[in-house]
Structure formats: structure tokens, C-alpha cells
Design a protein around this ligand. Structure first.
Ligand SMILES: Nc1ncnc2c1ncn2[C@@H]1O[C@H](COP(=O)(O)OP(=O)(O)OP(=O)(O)O)[C@@H](O)[C@H]1O
Ligand SMILES: [Mg+2]
Length: 258
């Protein structure tokens, strides 16, 4: 692991009018690590994720990102064009609903190829070959390459969204409940795939989930939120096996025994 964080969040706050979406949020993300943000519905997880991925304006605080050239600017100091370029290349964003992260009426191959073209790939044969490769990596038959995601099942759509995000070899992926909309049986397969790919590619991931089992399976570090604030953070195993904050203890106690 590198000795410098890839993302550094300090005193982040987001208000909706007088209402506090999240506040007093500080944490780092290190290259190659998976950080899970957990907490009940309405605790501010999505608000936080959207703020640190530059998708939402924050009300206060800083979010610094380590660029490939070593610079560490606040996202707010980047130009709109630089931010969009990062979002298309260095970062991925996996939405809970695949329809929000895919173009549903263009082919699966084009959904993957489009991201490649954004990083300058122009050769049709290469794009098609890489897209085929990635479909296979996410267990979609290469024969489906010309089909549109509207013709895919929920699990296939989610796997396609993952391929679309990973094809550019991003360094940091944001995920908001990536398995939240899937059947339990399908969830397990997508989670397994995510775990494998993240490890293979050495990705840094910030994943929002209300499911502690997902956090346990995927993350090395956990942040627990309640009412817009971090109440506990630490190594996932430590937090789940020895929760210190009463709210975390309650969360952990409510997991069904398996
Ligand atoms: N656009 C908005 N305008 C006003 N309030 C908002 C807006 N978006 C979110 N909120 C409020 O901010 C709080 C946190 O919402 P957020 O969506 O971040 O929660 P969450 O932890 O992601 O919940 P869930 O698990 O249900 O997705 C909630 O009380 C919500 O009502
Ligand atoms: Mg949410």
C-alpha cells in the first residue's frame, strides 16, 4: 500500500437549507483499500458519497484527490473539464439502479466501448476486443455484445455497469448500494465478482451499504454514520467484532446469526 492517501476528506458538511445532510466528516482513503460507509436509511450516506465524488456541492470542508501526476488538489479547485475528465477515466461510479449508470438503448458493447473512447481509444477492432473481454470478465456471454441492456436481467445490467466502470482501469470507484436492487441469490454472485475484480485490479473503493454482511465481505475499513455524523470508524473486523459506539453495537446485534 502506498504511503499517501488517494482521497482525503476533512470537515465535510452538506446542508439542505437548514437541514444537515452530513457534517463533521473526516477520513482518508488509501490506494487499493475498500472503505464501506454504513448506517441506517437517512443517515447521510448518499449525500456523503455524492459530495466526495464531486457530484454534489458541499457546504463546507475539503475533499482532496491524488492525481496521477502526484498533485493533491481540492476537487473544488479543479476546472469543470478536469472534473469531468476524472469522472470519465480515473473514477468510476456504480449506481444502485443500473439504469442510472448505463445507456439502456445502446448495445452492451457500446456501453463499455464508450468509456474507452473517452480515454482516446479510436480503433474499432481494439474497442470491440476489449469490450468482449470485459463482458466475459463480468460473466456476460460475448454473443450478447450487440444486445441492449433493456434486454438484460437486473444482475446482468449490474455486471455490465461494473464492466463499463472498470474498463478504463480507474483508480477509485464509488458505489452506492451496488447490490441493493438485486435478488439475494443474484446479489451473492455480483458481490463475489466485485470482490475478485477489486482485488485483481488493486482498486480503491468507497462503497455505501446498509448491509453489514456486504461491508464484512468487501471492505477493510468501515465508517458508521448516524444522523449525518460519523459515530465510529476503524478496521472492518474490529468494528464488527468489537463495536464501541452504542449505535454500532445495536447495528451489529441486529444482524441475524448465520
Ligand atoms: N435533495 C435533498 N433535499 C433535501 N433533503 C435531502 C436531499 N437529499 C437528501 N436529503 C435528506 O438528507 C438526509 C440524508 O439523506 P441520504 O440520501 O444521504 O441518506 P442515505 O443514508 O443515503 O439513506 P438511504 O439508505 O435511504 O439511501 C435525509 O434526511 C434526506 O431526507
Ligand atoms: Mg442512499
Amino acid at each position: 500500500m502506498s504511503s499517501q492517501p488517494i482521497l482525503s476528506v476533512r470537515n465535510l458538511e452538506r446542508r439542505y437549507g437548514a437541514f444537515i445532510g452530513c457534517t463533521d466528516i473526516s477520513f482518508d482513503v488509501w490506494p487499493g483499500e475498500v472503505v464501506a460507509i454504513v448506517g441506517e436509511s437517512g443517515s447521510g450516506k448518499t449525500t456523503l458519497l455524492n459530495c466526495i465524488s464531486g457530484r454534489m456541492e458541499r457546504s463546507a470542508g475539503t475533499v482532496c484527490y491524488r492525481m496521477r501526476d502526484g498533485r493533491f488538489p481540492d476537487l473544488g479547485d479543479l476546472s469543470e473539464a478536469e472534473r469531468r475528465f476524472l469522472a470519465r477515466t480515473d473514477w468510476g461510479f456504480v449506481h444502485q439502479n443500473p439504469a442510472d449508470g448505463l445507456r439502456m438503448r445502446v448495445s452492451a458493447g457500446a456501453n463499455v466501448g464508450e468509456r474507452l473512447m473517452a480515454v482516446g481509444e479510436r480503433h474499432y477492432g481494439n474497442i470491440r476486443r476489449t469490450a468482449t473481454d470485459w463482458l466475459e470478465r463480468v460473466e456476460i456471454a460475448a454473443a450478447r455484445i450487440d444486445d441492449q441492456p433493456v434486454a438484460f436481467s437486473g444482475g446482468m445490467r449490474q455486471r455490465l455497469q461494473i464492466a463499463r466502470n472498470l474498463v478504463t482501469h480507474p483508480r477509485l470507484i464509488f458505489m452506492d448500494e451496488p447490490t441493493g436492487g438485486l435478488d439475494v441469490s443474484v446479489q451473492a454472485r455480483v458481490l463475489d465478482l466485485l470482490r475478485m475484480l477489486v482485488a485483481d485490479l488493486g482498486l480503491a473503493v468507497v462503497i455505501v451499504t446498509h448491509d453489514l454482511a456486504v461491508a464484512r465481505l468487501l471492505s477493510q475499513r468501515m465508517i458508521v454514520m448516524k444522523s449525518g455524523r460519523i459515530v465510529e470508524q476503524g478496521l472492518t473486523d474490529r468494528v464488527l467484532d468489537d463495536p464501541r459506539h452504542p449505535y454500532t453495537q445495536l447495528l451489529v446485534a441486529s444482524i441475524p446469526e448465520s
